[in-house]
Design a protein. Structure first.
Length: 792
């Protein structure tokens, strides 16, 4: 509490008690101007005051220094009155009553020091008056100081408030200005320059463009909704005018925009409906603006990529040969488009990308075909909806039909990556429900209270039917897509078998039929078997094509085709004849096809095979194991072990006595029924028992001992539970890794032989040996006498 207030309270208390003394305030006289003064006297007084002020002003002008006069002159011409805003010309009389000011100290104030503190900016300013604000106390006038340039006065413009997505940082503008300077101030062609100067100038210009591209791309990745104009700047940089930098800058921009679009583009398709009468939220409008800008930039980017990719196509009648730089640029653009299709197969323009990329599966350059093939296979493997797969298969069907089946094998090879066989809709549905259940339970425990949990249970019961209905619709749509895909695939395969049985795509067609044979309708089985038999007997097929035909037939007969009355005897003959065509050389990669076919033809149908056929195939597998790599030998021995388990009569091949039988074994005979395999033995096991690979040795010993489950020679469970195909993959040496790893050789210590004393029964012999061992032999021997004797 202040002293004045305390005194007032004390005086009030005393006055109520009648003890206070009355205060006598001094009367102040206020001199007011008289209203009846003459106008003439007033005018005279004004003139006298003006004369005195003018005289006084001239005296002050003489006292002011030249520097101060120049400063005041500049301030007046530039309309900078910020100094006057801080000077107070009137005194507050109410404050003078409460406090006394020391006026003597004000005269000693450093005016220049206060000026520097109060006015930090010495640049010329312009005062702009704003609209006043009306308050209870009256109007409050406002003003703003603006920069003013005398040399270049700017015309008055309407104030435009920038949109948030059009703002840009100062660093982007500065870098863009540097780029403009670099474009104009390149090396002067009129003066001679050295090669080093050219390279240095190019490297410096390229460095600045790299920096600008990096800043623009990073700005898009950090805040794409605000930096949408960076798309236009980057797209404009693709049209580089400097010939020394055009190709390099274009490649940098292409790769940078690829990474930006890969991260910024959403996983859904953007669809906008123009409703001008509908009012939307500010955030919704901003999102729509960003999506439109993104879609427009993405479209321009794809159009320019298409233009660059067109360099790979040689037009008819054009004899011009494309340069290596153009081909590399086209391959880079094609690679970017493939990456975009793989990253965002459901975004806008994905169908346009498919129609553009599929024809390049039949391009003359192998690198281009391989690039497109890898991307299409990746899309097939990752496609969970089936929509984009259906679009690609349609385009492939049109391509094969338009080229009259004269296409490269890569066009049909990509169809082997379709998820027709591995698809399992029920499992996917269960996984999704399990994941949703886990996430819901986790969110309940973290965020929900007891009341909210009770309420959420009721909501779950209401939404359960909707979720199931939605899942069922997705399942039906997916099944419909896969059905259409299967129809197009078999349309392509059957057309090739009918119209182009001798084309180079027959092998891949037969491989596809063998893989997807379980999806063929039952009514087509007999016709397909007859067509394949005709191909095996009358067409000059290689062993690989023949194996695919045989695999297709036995795949058909192992499923629904078991009800058909078809005798596959002729196909057993083809299979037995082609088994030895596989060896440890180039054909070793075809062994998985042989293993699958043997599993279907021999193991699964062992009850329908005769005893002679089982003996023949067992003996042929033992022979085949001798000419394969160790993983192939393990697979063949695993099949022999399985045959001996399911067909115990094969144990006769372990008996080396061949005196009992119907004749002599003919290994060169093509028919397994009449080769007399029962009169031989699997001698190959004795050689495989000493194989360099320990697993091969274990399998060979197990077979020689009669396939025991326990005891001596039994196999570990980790080997017996694997199939022949799994063993082939597990012990594959293609990665230059030996499994099991080769142990480190043990260090062998040198043994010191103890001195042994030899005793001779005959003393004369002992003396002769001692004499010979101590005899000195000359190092140089003369063979001249020997030569003379030979000549004579």
């Amino acid at each position: 509490m202040s002293t004045v207030k305390r005194n007032n309270l004390k005086h009030t208390k005393l006055s109520k008690q009648g003890k206070a003394k009355h205060r006598h305030h001094e009367k102040k006289t206020v001199l007011l101007p008289k209203r009846n003064n003459d106008q003439q006297s007033k005018s005279n007084a004004v003139q006298e005051e003006e004369e005195e002020e003018s005289d006084h002003g001239e005296e002050l002008l003489q006292m002011v220094e030249n520097d101060d006069l120049e400063f005041l002159h500049n301030a007046v011409t530039s309309h900078s009155y910020s100094l006057l805003n801080h000077i107070c010309f009137t005194e507050n009389k109410q404050k003078d009553r409460k406090r006394k000011r020391d006026k003597d100290g004000e005269d000693e104030v450093d005016v220049e020091g206060n000026y520097e503190e109060r006015v930090p900016e010495l640049e010329p300013k312009r005062i702009k008056h704003l609209l006043p604000i009306k308050t209870k106390g009256g109007l409050v006038y406002r003003s703003v100081a603006e920069d003013f340039n005398e040399e270049e006065p700017e015309p008055a413009k309407e104030e435009v408030i920038p949109k948030p997505e059009e703002t840009e940082t100062d660093s982007d503008a500065e870098l863009e200005n540097e780029l403009d300077i670099e474009r104009t101030d390149f090396i002067d062609p009129s003066r001679p320059v050295s090669t080093a100067e050219l390279l240095a100038s190019r490297e410096e210009a390229l460095r600045k463009r790299r920096l600008l591209i990096g800043v623009l791309a990073s700005g898009l990745l950090e805040n794409p909704q605000v930096k949408t104009k960076n798309f236009k700047r980057l797209l404009d940089m693709m049209n580089e005018e400097t010939p020394e930098l055009r190709i390099t800058v274009c490649k940098l921009v292409i790769v940078s925009l690829l990474e930006v679009f890969r991260d910024v583009v959403p996983s859904y398709q953007i669809k906008h409906q123009d409703n001008p009468g509908v009012k939307l939220k500010k955030e919704t409008l901003q999102l729509q603006r960003f999506e439109k800008a993104l879609l427009s930039s993405y479209k321009i980017y794809l159009q320019r990529m298409e233009k660059l990719v067109s360099m790979l196509n040689k037009k008819r009648g054009n004899s011009r040969v494309a340069s290596q730089q153009e081909l590399r640029m086209g391959e880079l653009a094609l690679s970017c488009m493939c990456d975009l299709l793989v990253a965002h197969p459901y975004f806008n323009f994905s169908h346009n990308l498919v129609q553009l990329l599929v024809p390049y599966l039949n391009h003359p350059l192998p690198s281009v075909r391989q690039l497109c093939s890898n991307s299409v296979c990746t899309v097939f493997r990752n496609d969970k909806r089936g929509e984009i797969s259906l679009e690609i298969v349609r385009c492939i069907n049109c391509l094969v039909k338009s080229r009259s089946h004269s296409v490269h094998p890569e066009v049909l090879k990509v169809l082997l990556s379709l998820r027709i066989k591995e698809i399992n809709l029920e499992k996917e549905k269960e996984d999704e429900l399990r994941q949703k259940k886990f996430m819901k339970h986790k969110q309940k425990l973290l965020t929900m209270s007891k009341k909210e949990r009770k309420r959420s249970k009721k909501l779950e019961e209401l939404e359960k039917e909707l979720l199931e209905t939605k899942a069922e619709e997705n399942k039906q749509a997916k099944q419909q897509y896969l059905t259409e895909v299967t129809k197009f695939v078999f349309t392509i395969y059957f057309r090739v078998l009918k119209k182009a049985p001798s084309s180079k795509i027959l092998s891949i067609t037969l491989e596809g039929l063998a893989r997807y044979a379980h999806c063929i309708n039952l009514e087509f089985y007999e016709d397909i078997v007859n067509v394949l038999n005709h191909l095996l007997e009358h067409e000059p097929l290689g062993y690989r094509e023949q194996m695919h035909c045989i695999q297709t037939v036995f795949t058909i007969l192992s499923g629904q085709g078991e009800v058909l009355n078809i005798d596959p005897f002729r196909f057993y003959v083809h299979l037995y004849r082609n088994l030895l065509s596989v060896h440890a050389g180039d054909s070793h990669q075809d062994l998985p096809t042989v293993l699958k076919t043997l599993d279907l033809a021999v193991i699964h149908r062992h009850k329908r095979l005769s005893q002679q056929r089982m003996f023949a195939f067992t003996k042929r597998l033992a022979t085949l194991a001798m000419q394969l790599l160790h993983n192939g030998s393990i697979s063949c021995l695993a099949l022999i072990r399985t045959i001996m388990q399911v067909y115990r009569s094969v144990d006769i091949l372990l008996d080396p006595d061949s005196s009992v039988g119907q004749g002599v074994y003919f290994p060169e005979l093509e028919d397994p029924e009449y080769c007399n395999a029962s009169n031989t033995a699997i001698w190959e096991m004795t050689a495989l028992k000493r194989h360099y690979h320990p697993v091969v040795c274990k399998f060979a010993c197990n077979i020689l001992l009669g396939v025991p489950v326990t005891g001596d020679g039994y196999l570990a469970p980790e080997l017996t539970k694997l199939s022949a195909e799994e063993l082939f993959i597990k012990y594959n040496p293609s990665e230059v890794a030996f499994q099991p790893p080769v142990p480190v050789p043990k260090k062998i210590e040198a043994r010191t032989n103890p001195s042994v004393t030899i005793h001779f029964r005959n003393e004369d012999l002992f003396n002769y040996v001692k004499e010979v061992s101590e005899r000195h032999v000359e190092e140089t021997v003369d063979f001249s006498l020997f030569k003379m004797r030979v000549k004579s």
